[in-house]
Design a protein around this ligand. Structure first.
Ligand code: 13P
Length: 257
């Protein structure tokens, strides 16, 4: 079996201005142990306006953190008032771009087709998409969780080539577990992550499916990270609320200690 490199990412959503962002990353760096960085990717995804400040901080302090963005437009440039392109993010040393987060799908009308275009735009810039999928509570209660997640996966990855499986990250984020304090049980999270991996084998091949990393997201906290990471198909976490607190995020990142 392939050893997959764990990947823990903090999605700050619309929190922290650029000054608060600097403070948060400085505190985080202070709390992290050198061993936390080894063999593991740690990503921070602040709002667009803080990317430049954090890029500079990472650079000047040589922090082994990767920079992530929460969204992008699918075109490289053009008359798209208010949008930011993957090409622009690449210029800021952004390494990962979250695509199709459930909040973007639910609040900003992002369809699988739009997510798909974004994923391709991100890849074109040699950045790594973190592609989010997840069912609502209604869909879960109707017994449709797997069908919904697999459908989103197929739509979001249609025509997407995977040359290096390390460069594609999936995030299973059940909508009902986001920001609610209600984490999926490790069994439920594992079941859906395994279903995602099985679908990746259908879409690509076994070797690709084995190597692609799948994160779980939804009320991940210091108290539940270890058991989630213990599941065979969970390779990381996409953390919202708890990534805004440097102590909590450091404990999550330090799950192996
Ligand atoms: P919470 O960790 O706040 O539940 O958010 C999860 C999330 O949406 C990460 O992208």
């Amino acid at each position: 079996m392939t050893e997959r490199r764990p990947i823990i990412a903090g999605n700050w959503k619309m929190h922290k201005d650029h000054l608060e962002a600097i403070q948060l990353v400085q505190r985080l760096a202070y709390h992290l142990d050198e061993s936390d960085y080894e063999g593991q990717d740690i990503v921070v995804a602040p709002p667009f306006v803080a990317l430049r400040s954090i890029q500079t901080l990472i650079d000047s302090d040589r922090l082994p953190l990767a920079l992530g963005a929460q969204n992008c437009h699918w075109e490289a440039e053009g008359a798209f008032t208010g949008e930011v392109s993957a090409a622009m993010l690449a210029r800021l040393d952004v390494a990962y771009v979250i695509c199709g987060h459930s909040e973007r799908r639910a609040l900003f009308g992002e369809t699988d087709e739009i997510v798909n275009r974004k994923v391709k735009a991100v890849q074109k810039q040699h950045l790594r998409p973190i592609v989010c999928v997840g069912e609502t509570l209604e869909e879960r209660q109707a017994g449709r969780a797997e069908e919904v997640v697999v459908g989103q996966l197929r739509g979001s990855l249609a025509g997407v080539k995977v040359v290096d499986p390390e460069e594609l990250v999936l995030a299973y984020e059940p909508v009902w577990a986001i920001g609610t304090g209600e984490t999926a049980t490790k069994e439920d999270a594992q079941e859906l992550c395994a279903a995602i991996r099985a679908e990746l084998a259908e879409l690509y091949d076994d070797a690709t499916a084995e190597a692609v990393r799948i994160q779980y997201g939804g009320s991940v906290k210091p108290g539940n990270i270890r058991e989630l990471m213990g599941e065979p198909d969970i390779d990381g976490a996409l953390v919202g609320g708890a990534s805004l607190n440097s102590d909590d995020f450091a404990l999550i990142v330090g799950w192996r200690r």
